[in-house]
Ligand binder design. Structure first.
Ligand code: MRU
Length: 352
């Protein structure tokens, strides 16, 4: 079993590019049929791109928001970081409001605020270096988690993943998809299944495309086929990412994750959450307190712009759910693995 992962082969997609003057975002609304970058030249354009899902995935929206703060700084004049921070605050708040559930967004902006607060006359450089550090650290965390998570998986296993947690959702390599990349590279994972992830279809539009770029075979299933797949014996692990992990281990992730965890437990399959420590929110005691984003019901009323539902039908579109810690076998972060998470085990790694 090879332990070295050829990152050049498995890590080629970059959803966020900083040009020095603007932010280029791989427009995920157009995938898989067009690989096109849109240019965001202002912080409000970055906030708009986050809200519209041109850039998406918890770590990626944090990184994009950090660069949004750098862009916002272009419009202001200030002698030091503290003065700049006061002037930047409205733009930072608009970035923060772009999406509510993934804590990485608020985490990245809080980090930018802290860097700025201590900066002197070179505050613009400080801000830019901090955004770059957030991106660089995310990539390093993903590679580390890939190896740590893959080590939990017995050779020859089958895995099912949900949503898109890959390079497209991060600085690169991915969280749950990083574990899958590492597990395939090491021969631990023999079969990969990805579900469609309705209604936005991150699984069918993004995940299977990403894996195809790497030459990794993946089989697409309907969301509704997941329990049947588990019963068939073809998967041993369900491996997912996270948008917010609370102090007790409760985990918010893309809608449908909760039912996968219930089904995994029923069928005796293991359930792994993979996320960097920037997704851990020790200030939120339990999942009941997480704000769940609800998006436009129109996302449910049609497919690819064609309406599939009779006029006058109402729809409810929560786009995240919370998986209770008790249904999770392992939370893999770059700081360590929390097996059978609870408040005490989370605290042992992440502090108060
Ligand atoms: O609505 P999205 O596409 O931003 O939701 C993304 C997810 O739920 C991912 O699973 C999560 O952000 C982890 S990405 C590494």
């Amino acid at each position: 079993m090879a332990n070295d992962i050829e990152y050049d082969r498995y890590d080629r997609i970059r959803p966020i590019r900083w040009t020095g003057a603007a932010l280029e975002l791989l427009d995920q609304r157009k995938l898989p049929f067009a690989v096109e970058y849109l240019t965001a030249a202002t912080s409000d354009e970055v906030a708009g791109a986050i809200h519209a899902l041109a850039v998406r995935g918890a770590p990626a929206i944090g990184i994009a928001a950090a660069w949004g703060a750098v862009l916002a700084a272009r419009d202001i004049d200030a002698g030091d970081g503290a003065a700049a921070l006061a002037k930047l605050e409205p733009a930072l708040q608009r970035l923060n409001a772009a999406r509510p559930t993934a804590v990485n967004l608020a985490w990245a902006l809080a980090r930018m605020r802290r860097a700025l607060a201590g900066a002197g006359g070179d505050w613009r450089d400080v801000l830019e270096r901090e955004a770059q550090a957030i991106a660089t650290e995310d990539l390093a965390a993903n590679r580390r988690m890939g190896e740590m998570g893959a080590a939990l998986i017995a050779p020859g296993s089958g895995v099912l993943t949900h949503c898109n947690t890959g390079s497209l959702a991060t600085a690169g390599f991915g969280t749950a998809l990083g574990v899958i990349r590492a597990g395939v590279a090491q021969g631990r994972i023999g079969k990969v299944f990805a579900d469609e992830t309705r209604p936005w279809m991150q699984g069918s539009r993004l995940t299977v495309w990403e894996l195809q770029q790497d030459g990794i075979d993946a089989t697409l299933i309907a969301d509704a086929a997941a329990s049947h797949l588990m019963k068939s014996g073809q998967v041993d692990w369900v491996v997912v990412g996270a948008d917010r992990i609370c102090a007790n281990g409760d985990t918010a992730n893309k809608i449908g994750t909760y039912q996968l965890a219930i089904s995994a437990r029923h069928h005796g399959k293991k359930f792994m959450v993979v996320a960097p420590s920037s997704t851990v929110d020790m200030d939120t005691p339990s999942g009941d307190l997480i704000e769940i984003e609800e998006r436009d019901p129109s996302e449910l009323l049609g497919v690819s712009g064609s309406r599939t539902v009779a006029d006058g039908i109402q729809a409810w579109n929560p786009v995240f759910d919370v998986t209770p810690a008790a249904l999770i076998d392992a939370i893999v972060t770059e700081k360590g693995i929390v097996e059978h998470p609870d408040a005490e085990r989370m605290k042992a790694i992440f502090g108060a």
